[in-house]
Design a protein around this ligand. Structure first.
Ligand code: SF4
Length: 78
């Protein structure tokens, strides 16, 4: 389960985020290219835009489902 206390600082604020367990496999970018991308350092992926449509929301949920490291959270709003 993802931990919002360990999310990468380059995630945009909001519900979805990637935490430090990311292995940079790219599966989330394939599932939700409008919301996830690789970091400038090339060592992890992160949320660069929160979902704004139902399609993007579903794609972000799909990204959570396929993430092999279980490091995508959706409890980032606080
Ligand atoms: S699917 Fe998970 S482990 Fe793979 S790059 Fe995305 S956040 Fe990282």
């Amino acid at each position: 389960m993802a931990d919002k206390a360990r999310k990468f600082p380059d995630n945009v604020p909001g519900k979805f985020y990637v935490d430090e367990d990311c292995i940079c496999c790219g599966a989330c970018v394939d599932a939700a290219p409008n919301n996830f991308k690789e970091s400038a350092e090339g060592d992890h992926d992160f949320v660069y835009k929160q979902p704004e449509t139902e399609t993007e929301l579903q794609q972000c949920k799909d990204a959570m489902s396929v993430c092999p490291a279980d490091c995508i959270g959706e409890d980032g709003e606080d």
